[in-house]
Design a protein around this ligand. Structure first.
Ligand code: PGA
Length: 248
C-alpha cells in the first residue's frame, strides 16, 4: 500500500554549510516507514547527494523546464536532474504559478517532461483564499488536476505524488484544519478514482501549508493524508525529523 512520505521544500533558503549539516543529521536517524525527500535549491543538490550516500534521504528539485533542451537561459532540463541522480521534482508549486505565471498547461508540460525521463513528479494543487471564500475550492482542484490528467494520461501518474497546498496556508501559520484537509484529499482521491480505482488507491497525497512538529501527527492521522510537503519547518533538521517521526 501507500507508505508515508515527508518532503522538505527549502525554497530559496540554505547554504552549502547548512545543506551538509542537515543531511548528516537526517541520515543519522533512520526512518524505515517514512520516505524522506529534500528539495534544496539547485546549487546544493550535488552537495546534498554527496553527503547523503544512502537512500535514507532522497533528492528532489524544486522546478524543471518544460523543454528538453535548447536556448532557455537559466532553465534546468529534466534530463539534467535525472543525470545527477535526482529522483523527485516539484511541479506547479503555487509560488511558481503565482510569481512565474505558470498556467495549468505549462504545469502539465513540466509534469510530462519529468515523467519522460523517469523523475517522480510531485504535483502541487491548491486554491487561493479568494477562491476558497467564493466556494470554488473543488472547481479549482478539479481544473488543476484534470488538465494534467487529460494532457499527460493516466500512465504518467504511476510514479507521481500529489500535494494539496492551499495557498492561504503556505507560510502563513494558518494550517488547514485536519478535517478541512481530509475533505479535499478525499475529493482529490475521488477525482483519481473517477479515472482509475487502483491509481486512486496507490497515489500518495501530501498535505502542505504550515505543517509543523506540533500539528503534523493530527494531520497525518487522517485517512487520505499520506505525509506532508513542508516548507518553513523543514529548514531545521530537528523539526523536519520531528515531523517525520509523526508520520512513522
Ligand atoms: P510552509 O510551505 O510549510 O512554509 O507553509 C509549504 C510549501 O510551500 O511547500
Amino acid at each position: 500500500m501507500r507508505g508515508m512520505l515527508v518532503a522538505g521544500n527549502w525554497k530559496m533558503h540554505g547554504s552549502m554549510h547548512s545543506t551538509r549539516e542537515w543531511v548528516a543529521m537526517v541520515k543519522a536517524i533512520s526512518s524505515p516507514t517514512c520516505t524522506r525527500v529534500m528539495f534544496p535549491p539547485f546549487p546544493y543538490l550535488s552537495t546534498a547527494m554527496q553527503v547523503a550516500t544512502s537512500d535514507e534521504v532522497a533528492m528532489g528539485a524544486q522546478d524543471l523546464s518544460q523543454h528538453a533542451e535548447g536556448a532557455y537561459t537559466g532553465e534546468v532540463a529534466a534530463s539534467m536532474l535525472q543525470d545527477i541522480g535526482v529522483e523527485y521534482v516539484l511541479v506547479g508549486h503555487s509560488e511558481r504559478r503565482q510569481y512565474h505565471a505558470e498556467s495549468d498547461a505549462v504545469v502539465a508540460a513540466k509534469f510530462l517532461a519529468a515523467v519522460s525521463v523517469g523523475l517522480r513528479p510531485v504535483l502541487c494543487l491548491g486554491e487561493t483564499l479568494e477562491e476558497r471564500e467564493a466556494g470554488r475550492t473543488e472547481e479549482v482542484i478539479r481544473r488543476q488536476l484534470g488538465t494534467v490528467l487529460d494532457r499527460c494520461g493516466l500512465s504518467a501518474f504511476s510514479e507521481a505524488v500529489i500535494a494539496y497546498e492551499p495557498v492561504w496556508a503556505i507560510g502563513t501559520g494558518h494550517t488547514a484544519h485536519p478535517d478541512q484537509a481530509q475533505q479535499i484529499h478525499a475529493f482529490i482521491r475521488s477525482q483519481l478514482a473517477g479515472r482509475d480505482a487502483k491509481l486512486a488507491r496507490m497515489t500518495r497525497l501530501l498535505y502542505g501549508g504550515s505543517v509543523k512538529p506540533d500539528n503534523a501527527a493530527e494531520l497525518f492521522s487522517e485517512a487520505d493524508i499520506d505525509g506532508g510537503l513542508v516548507g518553513g519547518a523543514s529548514l531545521q533538521a530537528v523539526d523536519f525529523l520531528a515531523i517525520c517521526a509523526a508520520a512513522s
